[in-house]
Ligand binder design. Structure first.
Ligand SMILES: [Zn+2]
Length: 101
């Protein structure tokens, strides 16, 4: 069976800025501001067009970075402890037929 090969592999995709460009996976430095601190992330996965030079940071990596930089991230998650509910058991008092005695 000959499945049609996808035109672009996982590490390249067509550029949306220019018609002929192909964006390749590259690892470049990523700069972002966290409050008043400049955060530098080396070897950040990005897409770089080989024709127009457009750079696009990898969306998944950005969301991961945002999660890492988020002050809420890293905090231990609180687990709500649920007290086991006591099994309500109806005590059925059986009245045995009175025997002699
Ligand atoms: Zn391009």
């Amino acid at each position: 069976m000959n499945n049609p090969q996808p035109r672009y592999a996982n590490d390249s995709m067509p550029c949306n800025e220019c018609p002929a460009g192909v964006m390749h996976r590259r690892y470049i430095a990523y700069f972002t501001w966290l409050g008043e601190e400049l955060i530098t992330v080396p070897n950040f996965p990005a897409w770089v067009c080989d024709v127009c030079g457009k750079r696009e940071y990898d969306g998944r990596a950005i969301s991961m970075l945002v999660t890492l930089l988020s002050p809420e991230a890293g905090k231990p998650t609180r687990r709500v402890k649920r007290a086991p509910q006591p099994a309500s058991r109806k005590r059925s008092v059986s009245h045995p037929p009175s025997a002699s005695g």
